[in-house]
Design a protein around this ligand. Structure first.
Ligand code: GDP
Ligand code: IMO
Ligand code: MG
Length: 426
C-alpha cells in the first residue's frame, strides 16, 4: 500500500482541515507531517466549527487513527487545550491520537524568542504567529532541541533547565521584557498531561501499517509558498511544507507516495508579511475578505486577499508533483461580475510567466486574464452538473494551464458542501 499526501499550494489556509475531514472515511490513518500550532485547520459539521492546531483533521471520524509525526513541533500547553476541547465531544483521544517520540517540543522560551526576534525586526518582521515555531526548528537543526521521547527520561527536568538557560543567555541580547515563571509552570503541568498520551515510534507504526495494507493520508500544514526552501523567503515558516516534507516528517520513503492532493483557494490569501503580487488593496479585496470570512483561524488577523496567481500555482504544483487539484471557496467568487486570473508578471516592461526568485521586487505587476463570473449561489449545490458554466470554464482554464485535473470543488465551509467529480475531462 502507498500513502497519499494532501497539502496547500498557496500561503496556507486553503481549507486543508475541511478537505482532510471529508476524505478521512477513505483512510485508516491520518498523519500530520510538519508545522505546529501556527496552523489552524477548520472543520465544520453538525452546525459546529472546530479549529485544530496540532491534531490531525481525521480525529472526528471514529475508525481513524491520527498520528502527530516526527516533523511536527508540539507546544504541550496548546496540545492539552486541544485535547480537552475534543474530550467535550467525547472524542476518544487517548485511543485515536498517537504522538511520535521524535517530534520536537516548543518551550516557553522558544515563544519568547520568537516574540523578541519579531520585535527586533521591526518593520521587517515576518508576521509570525508567535507560537515559537522558528526558534524550535532552529534548535532542531542546531541539534539542541528537546523531543517528546525526552519527557519520559528521568533527567528530563535537568535537560529542560539546560536549554532554558541557553535561551536566557540569548534573550539577554535583546531589549525585550518577559516573565517566564507563569508560562513555565503551565508548560510543566502540560508535560505531565502529555505523558498520558500514546507516544510511539511513528515511522515504524506507519511503515508497518502500509506493509499490512492500511491506507494513510499525510496532512500538511501551511502552504507551499511558505516553505522554508521554495517559499517567498524570508517571509516563510521554518519547515518543509512540501510533499518531500511528508517523507522526512513521517519517515515514509518517496517511492511509497501515491497521490499528491494539492489544495488551492479559487483566489489567494496571505496572513502575515511578505510578497503577494495579486494582492488587492481595494473594495474587491475587502469584499473577498468579508464574503470569505478571511480572518486567521489561529491569530484572528485579517487575511490579505487577491486574485488567483497561476505562475505561483504552477510552481507549487511542480515542486510537489501534484497529481490532483482540489479547489476551495468557489462560492465566495459568486459576488463578482467578472473574475481575474494572473497568468504572468510584468517586471520593468518584461513579461515572464514563471514564479521569479525575488517576488518582492519593486514594480512587479500581475498580467491578468479577465473571465466572466457567475452569480448563482453555489452553497447548496452538491453535484458537478449543477455548477454554473462560467465556473466550469474557470476550472477548465486552470486545468488547461496547469495540466492537472481538478477533482474536488468546495462550495462552503461545511463537510457536506463538497462536490467530488466523478469523471475528469482534463
Ligand atoms: P486550513 O488552514 O487550510 O485548514 O484552512 P483554514 O481553516 O485556516 O481556513 C479556511 C477557512 O475557509 C475556514 O474558515 C473554513 O471553514 C473555510 N472554508 C473551507 N472551505 C470553504 C469553502 O469552500 N467555502 C467557504 N465559504 N469557506 C470554506
Ligand atoms: P495553516 O496550516 C497561514 C504564516 C504566518 C507568517 C509566517 C511565519 O493554517 O494553513 P510562523 O508562525 O510559522 O513563524 O509564521 O507563516 N503562517 C501561516 N499562514 N496559515 C498557516 O497555517 C500558517 N502558519 C504560519 O502568518 O506569515
Ligand atoms: Mg489555517
Amino acid at each position: 500500500m502507498k500513502a497519499d499526501v494532501l497539502l496547500g499550494l498557496q500561503w496556507g489556509d486553503e481549507g486543508k482541515g475541511k478537505i482532510v475531514d471529508v476524505l478521512t472515511p477513505n483512510y485508516e490513518i491520518i498523519a500530520r507531517f510538519q508545522g505546529g500550532p501556527n496552523a489552524g485547520h477548520t472543520l465544520e459539521f453538525n452546525g459546529i466549527k472546530h479549529v485544530l492546531h496540532t491534531i490531525p483533521s481525521g480525529v472526528f471520524r471514529d475508525t481513524t487513527m491520527n498520528v502527530i509525526g516526527n516533523g511536527v513541533v508540539i507546544d504541550p500547553i496548546i496540545l492539552k487545550k486541544e485535547i480537552e476541547a475534543l474530550l467535550q465531544y467525547d472524542v476518544p483521544v487517548f485511543k485515536n491520537i498517537l504522538i511520535s517520540r521524535k517530534a520536537h517540543l516548543i518551550l516557553p522560551t522558544h515563544r519568547i524568542l520568537d516574540a523578541a526576534n519579531e520585535h527586533q525586526k521591526g518593520k521587517m518582521k515576518i508576521g509570525s504567529t508567535l507560537k515559537g515555531i522558528g526558534p524550535t526548528y532552529m534548535d532542531k537543526t542546531g541539534r539542541n532541541g528537546l523531543r517528546i521521547g525526552d519527557v519520559l527520561k528521568p533527567n528530563f527536568r535537568e535537560i529542560y533547565d539546560q536549554l532554558v538557560s541557553k535561551h536566557e543567555h540569548m534573550l539577554a541580547q535583546f531589549d525585550f521584557d518577559y516573565d517566564l515563571a507563569p508560562m513555565q509552570q503551565e508548560w510543566l503541568e502540560s508535560i505531565e498531561f502529555l505523558k498520558k498520551m500514546t507516544i510511539i515510534d511513528s515511522e515504524h507504526y506507519l511503515n508497518n501499517a502500509l506493509n499490512s495494507g492500511k491506507s494513510i493520508l499525510a496532512e500538511g500544514a501551511q502552504g507551499s509558498l511558505l516553505d522554508i526552501d521554495f517559499g517567498t523567503y524570508p517571509y516563510v515558516t521554518s519547515s518543509n511544507t512540501l510533499c518531500s516534507g511528508a517523507c522526512s516528517g513521517l519517515g515514509i520513503a518517496p517511492n511509497r507516495i501515491q497521490e499528491v492532493f494539492g489544495i488551492f483557494k479559487a483566489y489567494c490569501t496571505r496572513v502575515g508579511s511578505g510578497p503577494f503580487p495579486t494582492e488587492l488593496h481595494d473594495d474587491t479585496g475587502e469584499m473577498m475578505r468579508k464574503v470569505g470570512h478571511e480572518f486567521g483561524a489561529t491569530t484572528g488577523r485579517p487575511r490579505r486577499c487577491g486574485w488567483l496567481d497561476l505562475p505561483a500555482l504552477k510552481y507549487a504544483i511542480m515542486i510537489n508533483g501534484v497529481t490532483q487539484l482540489l479547489m476551495t471557496k468557489a462560492d465566495v467568487l459568486s459576488v463578482f461580475e467578472s473574475i481575474k486570473v494572473c497568468t504572468a508578471y510584468e517586471i520593468n516592461g518584461e513579461v515572464i510567466d514563471y514564479f521569479p526568485y525575488d517576488v518582492n521586487i519593486e514594480g512587479i505587476k500581475p498580467v491578468y486574464k479577465e473571465i466572466p463570473g457567475w452569480s448563482e449561489d453555489l452553497t447548496a449545490m452538491n453535484q458537478w452538473e449543477q455548477l454554473p458554466p462560467e465556473l466550469i470554464d474557470y476550472i477548465a482554464f486552470i486545468e488547461h494551464e496547469t495540466g492537472v485535473p481538478v477533482r474536488v470543488v468546495s462550495v462552503g465551509p461545511d463537510r457536506s458542501q463538497t462536490i467530488l467529480r466523478e469523471t475528469v475531462s482534463a
